[in-house]
Design a protein around this ligand. Structure first.
Ligand SMILES: Nc1ncnc2c1ncn2[C@@H]1O[C@H](COP(=O)(O)OP(=O)(O)O)[C@@H](O)[C@H]1O
Ligand SMILES: [Mg+2]
Length: 228
């Protein structure tokens, strides 16, 4: 398989508003390799979620190509997209989106593909994320940080190639937000995955490998703090 686990090429996306159209993504390209954690920063309304939705095959671009694991999936059918999302992509959202009546172990078990049971062990993942003691707890019994780490574990349970995180620190305080991003980074490195996090939280950018700014529909590489 290609080492470029995620590739977006010349993605354009506009929304119609009243009389005309508003360009949100204007020929945006991004490649994320194995073991790489990329961040995209930009203010609210700049198109971060739109970008992530295109990468996650939840939204079809007006033009451009999306490749997952080296395969062009731009024209995949609806059922193929669903399959790719389930097997090759892991999503982490601003809110943990846990099921209220399931324990942590069951949150993972219910989404785990049968074929993955040997490959990724729930116990091992919970231990790596330091939430072993949450195994039998319901979301109402956990802190915000523990819930988000459960959601991170869930994103990794099917051994996806690509992790997509939309503002994963937004509902957490600074310390817990940082810990959550550290956990994503550790899993990306350990499991050799590609990850993209969109965020307006600039305090966690030292934890990622590469930073881009989304501005005026364009994606611009940004020097990380301490670098020129
Ligand atoms: N389905 C839609 N229809 C029309 N406009 C939309 C739609 N989704 C998002 N937008 C607009 O596109 C812009 C970018 O949105 P979004 O990608 O959610 O930005 P961000 O995640 O950076 O806050 C915003 O101005 C938003 O109002
Ligand atoms: Mg958003």
């Amino acid at each position: 398989m290609s080492d470029k686990l995620l590739e977006l090429k010349d993605i354009c996306k506009s929304y119609r508003d009243g009389s005309g159209k508003r360009v949100i993504l204007d020929k945006v390209s991004l490649t994320v390799g194995r073991g790489e954690f990329a961040a995209i920063v930009g203010p609210s309304g700049s198109g971060k979620s739109t970008f992530l939705s295109v990468a996650g095959l939840l939204l079809t671009p007006d033009s451009g190509n999306v490749l997952i694991g080296g395969k062009d999936v731009t024209d995949a059918s609806k059922s193929e997209r669903t399959m790719i999302r389930r097997r090759q992509l892991g999503f982490i959202f601003q809110s943990h989106n846990l099921v209220p009546y399931l324990t942590t172990a069951d949150q993972l078990a219910i989404v785990q593909e049968k074929s993955m049971r040997e490959k990724v062990k729930i116990r091992e993942l919970l231990s790596e994320l330091e939430i072993d003691d949450c195994r039998d707890k319901f979301p109402s019994m956990m802190s915000g940080g523990e819930k988000q780490r459960t959601a991170i574990a869930r994103a990794f349970i099917n051994d996806p190639d690509v992790i997509l995180a939309d503002e994963p620190t937004a509902s957490l305080d600074a310390e817990r937000g940082r810990l959550a991003v550290e956990m994503i980074r550790n899993e990306v490195r350990k499991r050799n995955k590609a990850a993209v996090m969109v965020t307006h939280d600039t305090r966690v950018l030292d934890l990622v490998d590469v930073v881009y700014r989304i501005d005026g529909g364009r994606l611009i590489p940004e020097a990380k703090s301490g670098e020129i």
